[in-house]
Design a protein around this ligand. Structure first.
Ligand SMILES: [Zn+2]
Length: 68
């Protein structure tokens, strides 16, 4: 998974974060990717927070899709 936008001249880095599905609480694989420069910005922190607040695992995402 990639967080934020990685610009062309930015190096891709991997990082780990504890992410749980907001619906069932299942922990999901932690390897995430982002841009090296981007990871040092405040925007990155906001994006990561938003991502974690809204994250659904594959199963819950499928359920949501069929409901809609
Ligand atoms: Zn789930």
């Amino acid at each position: 998974m990639i967080i934020g936008k990685i610009s062309e001249n930015d190096k891709k880095i991997e990082f780990e974060a504890d992410i749980h599905c907001i619906n069932c609480g299942k922990q999901v694989p932690r390897g995430l990717k982002t841009g090296e420069k981007f990871s040092k910005t405040d925007k990155f922190k906001v994006e990561l927070e938003e991502f974690m607040k809204n994250y659904l695992c594959g199963i819950c995402r499928d359920k949501k899709r069929t409901k809609n």
